[in-house]
Design a protein around this ligand. Structure first.
Ligand SMILES: [Zn+2]
Ligand SMILES: [Zn+2]
Length: 302
């Protein structure tokens, strides 16, 4: 069994568990090497590392940048693609990284303020303090608002919250999103922090539907991966819960062609979170040789 999972979230972003709870669950599931990769944040890593030490587990310090990249095809038609870029083995003390984290926190606070006001305009008052205290990690994102709506009885489940025009699926609300880091900057910051940069869940490039690939998706994906490779991308996340055998095989071929490393991650957000992404349900037949590079990563002693 593969005992590596390089894509896990805690309540320092939109996960539901503390880093300690996550590490203990990972240990109970038989994992030996994990990367804590919260969205646009690194605050959960030190606690995870401390919890992992007595269990003999290696925690690779990581994060998952929300990024975007202006794609240009042969006809030079520009198109913006949103994506997630994972950083592994980053030095948490990197000045550039710390600066960026501060900037992202400030931008998130501004975004949240806009959301508070927009919902108020729709007649939905949210208690800021309650929202902040609901997340022990202090992270407030759209998911926090959605959870508050559930508590208020405005919807029955998160899917409903996100698909309801009265709530999240309002054009005004949708237009209030956080400013993303350019893929180029994300890769540069990860490298300056001596880490490796990986494209997360490549089949969600541009947040395209997981079940249906839009026309020409793979040729765009291949070109974006090539362009990111030129920027210094180190690898792609090939082994992922929503990738069937065919998708995994496609990505492995793409990684080989572009001479990129291969990673594996469940994207687990905690036992209470929605979606199928779970450590325990994620048992892929991964090629251990392709994950040999993981052994050279330094475990966090933070
Ligand atoms: Zn992601
Ligand atoms: Zn993730």
């Amino acid at each position: 069994m593969i005992d590596i999972d390089l894509h896990l979230h805690t309540y320092y972003s939109d996960g539901t568990e503390s880093p300690t709870e996550l590490v203990r669950r990972a240990a109970a599931e038989g994992l030996r090497t994990i990367a804590v990769t919260d969205h646009d944040g690194i605050d959960g890593v030190p606690e995870a590392a401390a919890a992992a030490r007595p269990l003999g587990i290696c925690v690779i310090p990581g994060l998952e940048f929300s990024a975007e990249w202006m794609y240009r095809d042969d006809s030079d038609r520009p198109e913006m693609h949103t994506m997630h870029i994972l950083g592994y083995g980053i030095d948490l003390a990197s000045g550039t990284l710390q600066e960026k984290m501060k900037e992202i926190r400030q931008k998130r606070a501004i975004r949240n303020e806009k959301l508070y006001r927009a919902f108020k305009g729709k007649g939905i008052e949210i208690d800021r303090k309650e929202l902040e205290s609901a997340s022990p990690g202090g992270f407030v994102g759209k998911r926090s608002f959605a959870t508050a709506f559930l508590k208020k009885g405005l919807a029955d489940n998160l899917e409903e919250v996100f698909s309801s025009e009265a709530l999240m699926d309002d054009p005004v609300i949708r237009s209030i999103h956080k400013e993303k880091t350019s893929a180029e900057e994300a890769i540069r910051i990860i490298h300056q922090a001596r880490g490796k940069a990986f494209l997360a869940h490549p089949f969600q490039l541009g947040y395209s539907s997981l079940s249906r690939e839009p026309e020409g998706f793979r040729s765009r994906l291949a070109l974006v991966v090539r362009q990111l490779g030129i920027l210094g991308l180190d690898g792609i996340e090939c082994y992922y819960p929503t990738h069937d055998r065919e998708r995994t095989a496609y990505l492995l071929t793409l990684a080989d062609r572009e001479e990129l490393l291969v990673s594996i991650g469940s994207d687990d957000h905690g036992p209470c979170a929605r979606k199928i992404k779970r450590i325990h349900s994620f048992r892929v037949e991964a090629d251990l040789l392709r994950l040999a590079w993981v052994k050279d990563m330094t475990c966090s002693d933070a």
